[in-house]
Write a protein that binds this ligand. Structure first.
Ligand code: SF4
Ligand code: SF4
Length: 245
C-alpha cells in the first residue's frame, strides 16, 4: 500500500508517520480478513492502542528533550474544553469497557454525565464548544475514568507547560500559545488515519471522525449496535464530528 501525498500533507512529519499509517492499515485489513466480526473490531481497537503506545514510547526514547513534558496525572485543563474525534472501533471498546466489571465508574453515573453533556452542548457547533467550558464526561475528579481505553488522540495530547494549558483553557476561544511535542500529536493521528483508510476500503464507513460523546451514547444504547454497524448500517452518522451541533 502506498500512502499518497494528499494524505501526508496533513502531517508535519510525513517521514515519521508514513510507516505508522501503513502498519495500521495492514493490521486492520488482517484483522478483518476472516470476516466482519465483533472479535475483529475489538482486535482492531486493541491493536491501534498498542501501536499508538509503542510509537509514543519510541518517540520518548528518540526525542530525549532537556525539557520534559508537563503532563501528569490529575492535570486536566486539556480535558475540560476539547472536542475529541474518534473512530467506531475505539468507541465500541470504550462501550465494552464501561459495561464490564473493570469499569472505574458505575454505568448509571456515566450515563448521567453523558446526558448532562449533551443537554449543555445541544445546538452549540463544534468550534464554539470549547467556550461552553464543559468538561469531558469521562473526566471524574481530574482523572480519565476510561484511561485504559481512552481515544487515540487523547493519548498524544501533550504540553511542555501547565501554565500555558491553564491560560489556553481560561482564555479560550482566544488563541494562546501551548508549546507541544509535535511527534506525540502526529503518531496517534497517523494510526487513526491508517485505520480509517482500511475501514473505508472494507465498506465500514470510517471516513469521518466521530464526536466522542455522541458516538459512545449510540454504542451504549444496545450491544446490537455493533452488529448493525458491522452489517454496514450508518449508525454513527449523527455523531460525525462535522454534523454534531
Ligand atoms: S496537555 Fe496540558 S492540561 Fe493536559 S495533562 Fe498535559 S500539561 Fe496538563
Ligand atoms: S476521554 Fe479521558 S483523556 Fe480524553 S478528553 Fe475525556 S477525560 Fe480526557
Amino acid at each position: 500500500m502506498v500512502v499518497d501525498a494528499d494524505i501526508l500533507r496533513h502531517f508535519a512529519m510525513p517521514d515519521l508517520v508514513r510507516p505508522i499509517i501503513e502498519a495500521e492499515y495492514s493490521g486492520v485489513r488482517e484483522a478483518l480478513q476472516h470476516g466482519k466480526t465483533r472479535e475483529a473490531i475489538i482486535e482492531i481497537a486493541e491493536r491501534a492502542i498498542t501501536l499508538t503506545e509503542a510509537s509514543l514510547q519510541r518517540v520518548t526514547e528518540l526525542v530525549q528533550s532537556d525539557t520534559p513534558l508537563a503532563c501528569r496525572a490529575g492535570c486536566s485543563y486539556c480535558c475540560r474544553h476539547l472536542v475529541v474525534g474518534t473512530s467506531a472501533p475505539e468507541v465500541f471498546i470504550i462501550a465494552l469497557y464501561l459495561t464490564s466489571p473493570h469499569a472505574a465508574v458505575p454505568l448509571p453515573v456515566i450515563w448521567q454525565r453523558l446526558e448532562e453533556h449533551v443537554s449543555k452542548t445541544r445546538g452549540v457547533v463544534n468550534r464554539d464548544r470549547g467556550g461552553v467550558r464543559m468538561e469531558c464526561p469521562f473526566l471524574i475528579e481530574h482523572q480519565c475514568s476510561i484511561y485504559p481505553v481512552r481515544p487515540l488522540l487523547c493519548r498524544g495530547y501533550n504540553s511542555y507547560s501547565i501554565e500555558e494549558c491553564r491560560e489556553h483553557h481560561d482564555r479560550y476561544p482566544e488563541e494562546t500559545k501551548v508549546s507541544k511535542c509535535v511527534p506525540y500529536f502526529e503518531l496517534p493521528k497517523a494510526v487513526d488515519t491508517g485505520m480509517r483508510m482500511a475501514l473505508v476500503e472494507l465498506g465500514l464507513g470510517g471516513a469521518a471522525p466521530l464526536e466522542l460523546v455522541a458516538a459512545v451514547r449510540i454504542a451504549l444504547r444496545t450491544p446490537e449496535n455493533m452488529d448493525r454497524w458491522l452489517a454496514g448500517e450508518p449508525i454513527f452518522k449523527v455523531a460525525e464530528l462535522s454534523l454534531v451541533a
